[in-house]
Design a protein around this ligand. Structure first.
Ligand code: PHE
Length: 338
């Protein structure tokens, strides 16, 4: 008798589970059969009145039915979830190729600039900044570059109608720093510089420069050479060889160009020019003093060195890039190599 009602209960439960259309319906079935006042609990309560002979058999069957209903409920729930997933993906072809997200990197010039800043920072140089659009004073006059100097030619520099211009070097930042603060000064000024050059494999109308200035008592050519050699050895390796070749700049005296021979870079038999530098011309200090209306940069008391180099050119030498235009072409095949 009780066997029959258990079998019936199992058959009913499984049938109802099979037709339950959503999770709510399944839950109702669960309560109806497995709940505290459900069908199985009722039979379970009736176990007490069974004979010793029947008890083990019915007990075993009861467990079987409970497990079967419970398993069917779990399976039903999984099937419903799978159906829901399938519905969500209906019409989506998961085998189509995806949209690749390409991870970008910093531009090679930016990477080199960051590295250069790190190296100079270790030597106590602070970062200084200034505008790209400049006055003639900051770009030329303050730097002992008189009006008849060829660098000021209309053909060499980008002028605005009002006489302002795009800075031809970031030496302008050195001038602005000296206007604002007194010695000691130890700064680097990275940034864009502009020249009216014919664009070719080694020239752009806009390039990236880094200039430096150190003014204090007793600053000497030895300090200049030591600083630049340390910097370039950090970049090019310990075995790089340097040559300071006498040169002329209006704003430094004496002036040098720095050449490098870096075997590791395959330039073993060739000197490559990489920087300009020199001791700040006292005339520069005097024009700053006149502008400041004081004598903060007393040429009898202070000396200083200045240097400048093009980051594009350094990056070309370091990476074996033969055409400077590659840095501005925005070709991912090129940029992705850095
Ligand atoms: N301003 C120079 C240039 O742009 C570089 C330079 C800086 C040279 C400082 C000497 C001293 O070419």
């Amino acid at each position: 008798m009780i066997d029959q009602s258990l079998e019936q209960l199992r058959a009913d439960a499984l049938a109802e589970i099979a037709t339950a259309g959503d999770e709510g319906a399944l839950e109702l079935v669960r309560v109806k059969y497995l709940g505290r006042s459900g069908g199985i609990a009722a039979i379970s309560d009736g176990m007490k009145s069974l004979s010793k002979d029947d008890k083990p058999r019915i007990g075993k069957l009861l467990n079987e039915v409970r497990n079967a209903v419970s398993a069917a409920l779990d399976a039903g729930k999984s099937a419903l979830l799978a159906d829901a997933d399938k519905a969500a993906f209906a019409g989506v072809d998961a085998t189509l190729p995806g949209i690749t997200q390409r991870l970008g990197t910093l531009h090679p010039i930016t990477q080199l600039q960051d590295r250069a800043i790190q190296i100079f920072r270790r030597m106590g140089f602070a970062l200084a900044d200034g505008p790209d659009i400049e006055t003639e004073f900051h770009c030329f006059d303050a730097l002992n570059t008189p009006a008849d100097h060829p660098a000021r030619n209309e053909q060499d520099t980008f002028y605005f109608g009002d006489g302002r211009l795009l800075r031809t070097h970031t030496s302008t930042v050195q001038v602005r720093t000296m206007e604002k603060s007194a010695p000691p000064i130890r700064i680097i000024a990275p940034g864009a510089a502009y020249r009216r050059d014919e664009i070719d494999a080694t020239h752009l109308a806009q390039f990236t420069q880094m200039e430096g200035l150190y003014v204090d008592e007793g600053v000497s050519v030895a300090d200049l050479k030591g600083t630049l050699e340390f910097f370039f050895r950090e970049l090019f390796g310990k075995d790089a060889k340097f040559r300071f070749r006498p040169h002329f700049f209006p704003f430094t005296e004496p002036s040098y160009e720095v050449d490098i021979k870096a075997t590791a870079l395959g330039s073993a038999d060739r000197w490559l020019e990489i920087a300009g530098c020199g001791m700040v011309d006292p005339a520069v200090f005097e024009s700053i003093n006149a502008r400041r209306n004081d004598h903060a940069f007393d040429p009898e008391k202070y000396t200083g060195f200045a240097f400048g180099f093009g980051l594009d050119r350094l990056a070309m030498i370091m990476s074996g890039v033969t055409d400077i235009r590659a840095f501005t072409d925005n070709d991912q095949r090129f940029l992705a190599q850095f």
